[in-house]
Design a protein around this ligand. Structure first.
Ligand SMILES: Cc1cc2nc3c(=O)[nH]c(=O)nc-3n(C[C@H](O)[C@H](O)[C@H](O)COP(=O)(O)OP(=O)(O)OC[C@H]3O[C@@H](n4cnc5c(N)ncnc54)[C@H](O)[C@@H]3O)c2cc1C
Length: 536
């Protein structure tokens, strides 16, 4: 945590619910500044309060806006608080708890813990420091790499082994992320004076070194959400098996009580406790089953497998397209649709889906009628990126290094393959060893490059969003492959609809995939006088 000067502290006290803790809320600020601050998390190594002081406080413009916005003197806030007390606690009318929200920052939280928060979907928006753009080899004041040391492991005989393994991963990460850049410049020569070129080399090196980062890596994240969503988040995560998650959740609860107290009261009252007991008991009951579902020879191969799909997908989508344009009851419409000739069906699909100019033009809701389920075996980094899609139903197995790991390209020509393998082999061996005694906390040593299994179920409309977005050129090549494969497999199951469904799926391979995107940003930045890629 930074040591603020007395002047800085005075400023911060006005806009943040505390100045020292890792969890804090943003108050008395225009929405546009709160949003901008959170979005800066993604590309910056700085903490949010430092960003605020460096980039926003100094602007005279802000000083002018603020006094007009935070004058609550003449408002009867307690009357409104009483209303919420009556409606929420008294009548349990949950929807009114969605009518207010808060921005909460979580800093120095492990990557593993962030997933517990991000697994929540409705009513919450997340922004997280990106492993694809920011270096993660900074050290703390004591010269230690910035990763979480779970008390349970630190108090155990594994303490030394855990820290030595994580240190080795970070040493190797640091070596790779910097040493790869000259090698990439030789492989992909470009104009050194072009910031977009320099930044795409740096970003490529971040992508290639990222597999080494363990889930213990400390990061920053912002959550914006409505009161109801926060209440549910707190209620459920206080039952998390991870102590770190429980601590952060308690801190969120504390800070929200300074901003929207009336909205989150039930998270920790008797009702909240009952809910938690229900979750904990379910967890205990299911734990007893798990020994039946283990193999002694776990395998891991990168794969995307369609495990379930709707054989009537096209029929159901056609019915949903037609329904709003008909006055027939569904059972009659169903019969009519079932009698349609293939050429007419195709024409109807065309009429429904034609003329999308780009991926932002969403297809209609009729596509939500068809479902597909995939098991994905891929590096953990792919899980990290795909799980952020809130419309998916997604399930993962306990994270592990036991299935092996992926090897990024270009390490061999750069002479960096051997140190990569050594660090990953050690992480595999040690994590598996710790997992035998402490499976939950051993997950902190799982690496971004470790192959893991997860399962997603999605409707066709979300599939269009996911496949088109995640196959875009600037995406990480490993999740692009998964998105492209999902697209291919869905298309193959839709003989008539297939040709219209993913017009913006990008199947090309690129070398410096983010160069074009950075050039575009540079062009816009020059026009609008903003700094596109802060290099910290
Ligand atoms: C190239 C790239 C770089 C990225 N970099 C970062 C990064 O640095 N840091 C980071 O944290 N994330 C990053 N992300 C992830 C991104 O922020 C999203 O979390 C992710 O794309 C999934 O969310 P979504 O908005 O695309 O849609 P989904 O969650 O899949 O939802 C589908 C659609 O539903 C609607 N929707 C869903 N939820 C809401 C809501 N609450 N309010 C309004 N509409 C909603 C939207 O229309 C949305 O497009 C990156 C993604 C990409 C593709």
């Amino acid at each position: 945590m930074e040591n603020w000067s007395p002047k800085e502290k005075k400023i911060l006290q006005k806009y943040f619910t505390n100045t020292q803790a890792n969890v804090f809320g943003l108050v008395n600020l225009p929405e546009v500044i709160k949003g901008t601050l959170f979005s800066r998390y993604s590309r910056s190594g700085k903490n949010l309060r430092r960003l605020f002081l460096d980039e926003f406080w100094q602007q005279d413009q802000l000083r002018q806006i603020l006094p007009q916005r935070n004058n609550y003197e003449n408002l009867n806030i307690s009357r409104a608080e009483n209303f919420y007390e009556r409606v929420l606690i008294g009548y349990g009318d949950d929807s009114v708890a969605e009518l207010g929200g808060a921005h909460i920052a979580l800093e120095n939280i492990s990557v593993l813990a962030t997933k517990s928060f991000e697994e929540h979907r409705l009513g919450l928006s997340f922004l997280e420091k990106s492993t694809r753009y920011v270096y993660f080899d900074q050290r703390d004041k004591n010269g230690h790499y910035r990763y979480y040391r779970p008390p349970k492991i630190i108090r155990s005989p594994f303490a030394h082994l855990y820290q030595q393994t994580a240190d080795n991963l970070f040493d190797t990460y640091s070596h790779l992320v910097h040493e790869l850049q000259p090698a990439l410049r030789r492989l992909f020569p470009g104009d050194e004076n072009d910031p977009a070129y320099r930044f795409s080399i740096r970003a490529k090196a971040c992508d290639l070194a990222r597999p080494l980062l363990p889930l213990a890596t400390l990061t920053n994240m912002g959550i914006y959400g409505n009161g109801r969503a926060f209440e549910y988040l707190i209620t459920t995560l206080l039952a998390s098996p991870l102590g770190e998650v429980r601590l952060f959740t308690q801190a969120i609860n504390k800070e929200l009580r300074k901003i929207i107290p009336a909205f989150v009261k039930r998270a920790t009252n008797e009702k909240g406790q009952q809910y938690r007991q229900y979750l904990q008991k379910r967890q205990q009951r299911l734990t007893r089953w798990q020994h039946q579902w283990q193999t002694k020879s776990p395998t891991g191969k990168v794969a995307v497998q369609l495990v379930n799909f709707d054989h009537q997908a096209e029929e159901k989508v056609l019915r949903a397209i037609a329904y709003p344009w008909s006055n027939l009851p569904m059972h009659q419409l169903k019969r009519k649709i079932s009698q349609m000739k293939p050429a007419d069906r195709q024409r109807l699909f065309h009429d429904y889906l034609a003329d999308r100019q780009n991926r932002f033009h969403k297809p209609g809701r009729a596509l939500e009628e068809a479902y597909f389920a995939f098991e994905i075996s891929a590096d953990w980094g792919v899980y990290k990126d795909l799980m952020r899609h809130r419309i998916l139903s997604r399930y993962h197995q306990i994270f592990s290094n036991q299935y092996g790991y992926r090897i990024p390209p270009y390490l061999r020509p750069a002479g960096l393959l051997a140190p990569y393998r050594r660090a990953m082999d050690q992480a595999q061996e040690v994590q598996v060893k710790i997992a035998k005694e402490m499976p939950v906390v051993s997950q902190y040593l799982v690496t971004h490059g470790a192959i893991n299994h997860f399962y997603i179920r999605l409707n066709l409309r979300e599939a269009v969003h996911l496949v088109e977005l995640r196959s875009q050129r600037q995406g990480h090549p490993w999740y692009r492959q998964v998105a492209q494969e999902i697209g291919r497999q869905i298309t193959a199951k839709l003989p008539l609809l297939g040709k219209y469904i993913f017009p913006f799926l990008d199947n090309h391979d690129y070398n410096l995939e983010r160069l074009a995107a950075f050039r575009k940003v540079m062009k816009k930045a020059r026009n609008k006088n903003i700094v596109p890629f802060p290099e910290n």
